[in-house]
Design a protein around this ligand. Sequence first.
Ligand SMILES: [Zn+2]
Ligand SMILES: [Zn+2]
Length: 354
Amino acid sequence: MSAAVSGNTGIMETPIATTTHAAVLHAPGASTGDRLTIEKRSLPPLRAGEVLIAVRACGVCRTDLQIVEGALPPHRSPVVPGHQIVGTVEARGSGVNLALGARVGVSWLGGTDGTCRFCHEGRENLCDAPQFTGYDVDGGYATRAIVRADFAYPLPDELDDVHAAPLLCAGVIGFHALRTASVQPGERVGLYGFGASAHLALPVLAHWGCPVYVATRGENHRAFAKQLGAAWVGGEAERPPEALDRAITFAPSGDVVIAALGALRKGGVVAINAIHLDRIPQFDYDSLLWGEREIRSVANMTRDDARTFLALAATIGIRPEATVFPLARVNDALRAVKDDSLNGAAVIAMDLAR
Ligand SMILES: [Zn+2]
Ligand SMILES: [Zn+2]
């Protein structure tokens, strides 16, 4: 045990435990096996600008699965995945303005350099030296995590722990995708794929008066989209009855991108919300892209996306579907995401034993 000194007040803060129970990835591989092992680890002392978070819940993202399976090359090994963290501030490094006990959310963008051209242009999602939570630094599949305070967002009371967690990546990046696609109020918007991210984008679109066209495989996802108010639902390769103004693709499949492109009006935009895509197949320029149709990629998120989306989620009452797993079943949660067997999101809820 050690005592932390607050840089703001000079007052000694409550001594804190410096251990965590964490789900650790030592070597990526197929998630059919249990890749993560629960281990008790000690945590380093806090540096300036950092906070120690007592984790209450952490959402499971498809990106975590890609890290665990090695589709994304390792950035740090071993690593604790998890980047949709809800927790409370348990201790603070110097120069931190968050209050002790504050309930905060932490997302995929865990830090930027603040100095590159993209940071200066307000496009910190494209930062040259980003720090991703649960990839470059240890994340939230743990009872405690250390994060940068300036990348932790105080959470509105309307959002409870389990239902706030999936908002932090799936929701925020889905919202960034709506912005990247330049969606305007009232426009016809296609969502290709209907997992954790898409089902959180739908209520935002409904709030903006946009009819939503959902193209997805899986009868249960189609029924879910209908239940949430989609104007049309169909298969991935099916053409919606009207031409779309915007489309966002969520599946890691280039075929889906081309299907979405085929549904656009002239001047329409497809935004690809996938960190990894199998390939882009050859396609016919004359019929699919000509007419100033555009394909854009969606990269990461900004803090403004997070703050704006979380406030919107609280105001319009976005409540994600969530299936809760204890930390001990984190590998089952990853497999459930892989199998696409859940409607909505998987969330790891920490028990109180730390
Ligand atoms: Zn930067
Ligand atoms: Zn994510």
